[in-house]
Write a protein of this length. Structure first.
Length: 234
């Protein structure tokens, strides 16, 4: 394979991995910009090695036909190891914490980036570029579509009174993450009465959740004294 072709494929791998990694880095995910680039380059290198090995086998068989039953070309062997091996890296980005799971999308992007690297390394430019464009659209544009389909259109404001702010806020954050509740804004109130602190959460609920049930669930925490819905003029 010509050196120019090798450099071209590696450059495309850097671009493809960086394009998906940038979106993950922007959202402060465990595997970000550099990780995705390295995964894509690594997969591309494996594919390039496989291509060059096969070309070398074909060249030797053409020179010495007696080797045709000894030397065999197999395009899938190294690629299969990449696909299975990337699962360990993807599993490392998945975090299970108190019933909630984080990092599934990042694990999926690492797996996709590895497949893109293989496609680029084998020289399937149309497949790799088209797949890259689709992946970027899924990660960026479909996030808004997903929010509209599965979340309510109107935001809700909740005023929460508590004693120990840190413990109460941690509990609320964990609950929101577990229930896939999007927190639009958080405002702490400066006034305190008898050591009671307050804050106002602006949230957007999934369509499957009921506001009253959410308020009842949050009220179970011992550090939360009162929780109520407030209007937009509050």
């Amino acid at each position: 394979m010509a050196y120019e072709e090798i450099l071209l494929r590696l450059a495309i791998a850097v671009f493809a991995g960086g394009s998906i990694g940038y979106e993950r880095e922007y959202k402060n995910r465990p595997a970000g910009f550099r990780t995705h680039i390295l995964v894509c380059i690594g997969a591309c290198v494996i594919a390039l090695i496989q291509v060059n090995m096969n070309e070398e086998i074909i060249r030797r068989v053409l020179i010495n036909p007696n080797l045709k039953d000894i030397l065999r070309a197999d395009y899938g062997r190294l690629s299969a190891q990449v696909i299975s091996g990337i699962g360990f890296l993807g599993a490392g980005t998945i975090i299970h914490n108190k019933g909630s799971i984080k990092g599934l999308t990042t694990a999926a992007t690492l797996w996709v980036v590895a497949t893109l690297g293989l496609a680029i390394g084998y020289g399937y430019y149309v497949i790799s570029i088209a797949s890259l464009i689709i992946c970027v659209i899924v990660l960026i544009s479909l996030k808004k579509v997903q929010h509209k389909l599965f979340h309510g259109e109107a935001d809700v404001k909740l005023e929460v009174d508590f004693i120990k702010r840190a413990k109460a806020v941690d509990y609320i954050d964990e609950y929101f993450e577990k229930q896939n509740i999007h927190m639009v804004n958080l405002r702490f109130l400066t006034s305190e009465v008898d050591g009671v602190k307050s804050c106002i959460y602006t949230i957007n609920l999934p369509r499957s959740l009921n506001l009253n049930q959410v308020m009842r669930d949050l009220a179970h925490n011992d550090h939360i004294l009162e929780i109520k819905e407030v209007d937009d003029d509050h």
